[in-house]
Design a protein around this ligand. Structure first.
Ligand SMILES: Nc1ncnc2c1ncn2[C@@H]1O[C@H](COP(=O)(O)OP(=O)(O)O)[C@@H](O)[C@H]1O
Ligand SMILES: [Mg+2]
Length: 229
């Protein structure tokens, strides 16, 4: 079985795209052919008549995949809301089976797949289905991105608990620092508290970096650890 990871987060805007791009670049540098998907992207800007799926474009670039953008991102909408509502407002619907078929095709053409969800784990992905249902359908274990700030313990434990209840494997947590946390006392303790209380390893932290273009890539040992879990 080829490795696949479903990158979810404790919320929207916590750093899922940053983490997924960092992973994509790291695996690519390690010589792997990296496939990526952002199955549904909402809040797309319009350039003329064309919708611009920002996350999908970043993932595509970071991974170096030659796959068509319409496969990386089969559904896109302008409304800045959860996927199911964005589709309904547009008079459309999202077919998760179609997403799965595309995923299987991309998986066959790459060594490893990274899929970025939208919002958090229970965000509505399609009619009556959540992002968790999509991860289950794809058979991809989770990487949970959490923002290292006050409140993250609750958000992270809720996400882990929901994943376990739904029978989803959680491979690890990525602790991102999307803001300068030097004045946040919790930020020094969140990593160890999350590991102790959830029993899930924090795989790595992403430092706060106002110029994210220079985000570090993972070391060889970290990549090997991720592929072995
Ligand atoms: N470690 C970081 N340092 C600086 N800015 C960050 C960092 N992580 C995320 N950001 C910024 O925070 C915003 C949300 O990150 P993003 O990865 O798009 O979140 P999500 O994919 O979960 O919605 C973006 O503007 C991003 O550039
Ligand atoms: Mg994103």
């Amino acid at each position: 079985m080829k490795p696949a990871f479903f990158i979810t987060g404790t919320d929207t805007n916590v750093g899922k795209t940053e983490a997924a791009c960092m992973l994509a670049r790291s695996f690519r540098e390690a010589g792997l052919k990296v496939g990526v998907m952002k199955p549904v992207e909402t809040g797309c800007r319009l350039l003329g008549e064309k919708m611009i799926p920002k996350d999908a474009l970043r993932l595509k670039e970071a991974s170096g995949t030659l796959a068509d953008l319409d496969l990386v991102n089969p559904y896109r909408f302008t409304a800045p809301v959860a996927p199911d509502l964005a589709a309904r407002l547009f008079g459309a619907s999202i077919d998760l089976e179609r997403v799965k078929d595309i995923f299987i095709g991309l998986q066959a053409a790459h060594d490893l797949m990274l899929v970025e969800g939208a919002g958090g784990l229970l965000a509505p992905a399609a009619e009556g289905k959540s992002m968790a249902d999509l991860a289950l359908l794809l058979g991809a274990p989770l990487l949970i991105v959490s923002a290292n700030r006050l409140g993250t313990i609750n958000h992270t434990l809720l996400t882990v608990s929901c994943a376990r209840q739904m029978g989803l494997a959680v491979k690890g947590i990525i602790l991102n620092n999307p803001v300068d946390s030097s004045n946040d006392l919790s930020a020094e303790h969140n990593r160890s508290d999350i590991e102790r209380l959830s029993g899930v390893p924090v795989l790595f932290e992403i430092p706060w970096s106002p110029a994210m273009a220079s985000a570090p890539i993972l070391k060889k040992e970290e990549i090997e650890k991720l592929l072995a879990i």
